[in-house]
Design a protein around this ligand. Structure first.
Ligand code: SAM
Length: 421
């Protein structure tokens, strides 16, 4: 039986691969195979500092930021070094095809009626993992909000459960499960690109977040949903489902990108993308049109998540934060201070200003590769939206030219957290 490279397909307890027509599996615990730290190492989970661990937080840069951030990205160095088309074809030669359909030489989820436009193959999985690392190193953590309060061993009564919606490669779940071993983590996705977990406190399962969630009322302490703004059409409806499955006092953590890149506000707030980076502007216009006209997703969720949470009437303590992810290695010392804003001192208190600048340069360089691949991975949708092949190729060429040559751009990450009343 063929297997997915880079991640293992889901299987039942007999090891039989699940058929997409099978009913979704019931939640269950995954068997432990081997010693816990070994399992963490196998999954590339960063080693939590033990002091910090005891206090419910992970210090990502215990031995100096530059060497650590380089080490964390190490397995993905080729990601920024590869030239434009060296990864033009999917490399998944040995894959479980029944969960996927092939279009334009890429593998996608097989649910024709769901809007999600990105592939699910190894190229996209790698993009998700590098994006995860970039976000982790921009935020200085895998989360915003009072997570340690809820997940630290003496922080709650009974089972502590966390749900991750649209879990993708499961990287966030695996790292959090390592950091908080007394909590149980459940990750759901429409395709089994998550790993075959050998952590006893992790369950991955197939699930569709555009339908009522397959969980009882008030069953989770935390619900996490990151980068799902092209996965659902009706985010307010999903928020109502999230409220249903959260326990009273439970925490929702959401994070979404703005729909398009922009210039860093502290540099030149009036700088017009259409004038100074027309290739980037054109690509984001084309993606927005495709999402709206072909997929029925008519707006970015990031800027409105907090208002929608408030509209539900069941969340309070709603906190919204904006993080500016540099695109490329342009940040100077002054830029680094401005980009970090009020969180600069608190989150990176152990780093010198020079280290923070170096750190942002490295992260920005990787992130430029992430949004390069993002546009490339959106190209099948652009073709299916009626754009001729040659015009899609031109769009991508002009976009990549601007990514390489225009300085000072960012992608805004909107992070929100709120408590259920
Ligand atoms: C951009 S990825 C983000 C993955 C992960 N949350 C992260 O931040 O790394 C979006 C994920 O949502 C999944 N997805 C899309 N539509 C979905 C749906 N209707 N139900 C569940 N998952 C979905 C995709 O398969 C993909 O893995």
């Amino acid at each position: 039986m063929a297997r997915m490279s880079g991640a293992s397909p889901a299987g039942d307890s007999d090891g039989r691969l699940m058929d997409p027509n099978d009913p979704l599996p019931a939640p269950g615990r995954v068997q432990v195979a081997g010693e816990r730290d070994q399992a963490a190492e196998d999954h590339g989970v960063p080693h939590a500092n033990s002091d910090a661990h005891a206090h419910g937080e992970v210090r990502l840069f215990p031995d100096g930021p530059t060497s650590t951030v380089e080490a964390v990205f190490d397995g993905y160095r080729g990601y920024v070094q590869s030239d434009d088309d060296s990864d033009a074809e999917s490399t998944d030669s040995d894959i479980e095809h029944s969960f996927f359909v092939e279009r334009h030489g890429r593998l996608f989820h097989y649910h024709g009626n769901l809007p999600y436009p990105l592939p699910a193959d190894e190229l996209e999985q790698n993009r998700q993992i590098v994006q995860h690392l970039c976000l982790q190193h921009l935020l200085g953590s895998n989360f915003v909000g009072p997570v340690p309060e809820l997940l630290s061993p003496d922080g709650g009564e009974g089972d502590i459960c966390v749900l991750d919606l649209g879990t993708g490669t499961g990287r966030w779940v695996m790292e959090m499960a390592h950091q908080y071993p007394t909590a149980h983590f459940v990750g759901i996705d429409i395709v089994p690109i998550y790993p075959a977990s050998d952590f006893e406190n992790v369950t991955f399962q197939l699930g569709n977040i555009m339908e009522p969630l397959n969980f009882a009322n008030e069953s989770f302490d935390i619900v996490h949903a990151r980068c799902i703004s092209t996965s659902v059409r009706d985010y307010p409806e999903l928020l109502r489902e999230i409220a249903r499955v959260l326990k009273p006092g439970g925490l929702f953590i959401g994070g979404e990108w703005a729909r398009r890149a922009s210039f860093a506000p502290h540099r030149d707030p009036d700088r017009d993308l259409a004038v100074h980076a027309p290739g980037i502007q054109a690509m984001f216009e084309a993606i927005s049109s495709g999402l709206r006209d072909r997929k029925g997703i008519d707006r970015a969720f990031g800027p409105v998540m907090a208002a929608w949470l408030s509209d539900t009437g069941v969340f309070n303590y709603i906190v919204e934060e904006k993080f500016y992810m540099p695109i490329g290695d342009w940040p100077t010392h002054a830029d680094a201070s401005a980009l970090r804003g009020v969180d600069y001192a608190a989150r990176f208190s152990r780093m010198s200003p020079d280290d923070i600048t170096d750190h942002l340069k490295i992260v920005g360089n990787y992130f430029r590769a992430v949004i390069d691949r993002y546009a490339k991975n959106m190209c099948p949708m652009l073709l299916e939206s009626g754009n001729p092949l040659q015009s899609v190729k031109d769009l991508l060429r002009r976009y990549r030219h601007d990514l390489r040559h225009v300085e000072g751009m960012v992608c805004v990450y909107h992070a929100v957290h709120a408590r259920k009343m």
